[in-house]
Design a protein around this ligand. Structure first.
Ligand code: 6CS
Length: 241
């Protein structure tokens, strides 16, 4: 075979290989489904859209994001992820605590530092976050990609609270995490575990007299309208995964 015809054969093969690789890439390109627990512009939503941009800029895959309520409550999106219906889920250990009991540790009051820089350093560098929790999530079929804080917990109540006794006889909503219930019992309140979707209505109808959440969520969910007294207890941070 002459050098020229060898070259033509090689060129033809390369063109075929390139076309085949391109076809294979588009066959492998997936539309991944990602659900989180919050509304447009909230912390988990900003995180999800940054993640989407990263994935779409660096691969052939696309990411479809579902916000709170589109696929149900926090427990529903976790179940859908474990069943393989969703590829990614952003769920707070406030709900994951019943699936992974160790995740409740974030809700031991006064355990976490209160200063923002120390909190960020803890999430970036701690052995618990980077080594222990990935193993615990893996035992439940989940690959842990990131844990991060969303803000200091603030309690909202129907009446001003300035001492622990003021919590007596108040039903305070907590996420469905047994340790959080214990915390509010220790504070002297009556803990009431509820999924997020029931909180506003329960406050409005006085079925509960308070709840806890970071400031951005008190604003985003309009909680201040039905639970107007903010109590800065410095007892913990809202953590998510
Ligand atoms: O209190 C809750 O249930 C909700 N709080 C925040 C800050 N994010 C999502 C979660 O469902």
């Amino acid at each position: 075979m002459s050098t020229m015809s060898k070259f033509k054969k090689l060129a033809g093969f390369s063109a075929f290989a390139f076309a085949a690789m391109t076809a294979a890439n588009s066959v492998n390109a997936a539309n991944w489904r990602y659900a989180h627990e919050e509304y447009e512009g909230d912390v988990q939503d900003v995180f999800a859209y940054d993640f989407k941009e990263y994935i779409e800029d660096n691969s052939d895959h696309t990411l479809q994001i579902y916000r709170f309520g589109e696929l149900g409550e926090s427990d529903d999106i976790m179940e859908q992820t474990q069943a393989g219906i969703l590829n990614f889920v952003n769920q707070s250990p406030g709900f994951t605590g019943s699936l992974i009991p160790e995740a409740q540790i974030f809700f031991i009051p006064y355990l976490m530092p209160t200063d923002m820089d120390t909190v960020i350093k803890f999430f970036r560098e701690s052995e618990a976050i980077n080594e222990d929790f990935p193993e615990l999530y893996a035992q439940n079929g989940l690959e842990l990609l990131q844990m991060y804080p969303e803000g200091e917990m603030v309690v909202t109540v129907d009446e001003p609270v300035s001492k622990p006794e003021d919590f007596n006889n108040k039903k305070i909503r907590v996420m469905t995490n047994p340790l959080l219930s214990e915390t509010y019992s220790a504070f002297g309140a009556t803990p009431t575990p509820l999924p997020w979707g029931e909180v506003y209505g329960a406050l409005q109808t006085n079925m509960i007299q308070g709840q806890e959440n970071p400031i951005f969520w008190i604003e985003s969910g309009g909680l201040y309208e039905v639970s107007p007294n903010l109590v800065f207890t410095s007892h913990g941070w809202f953590t998510t995964a």
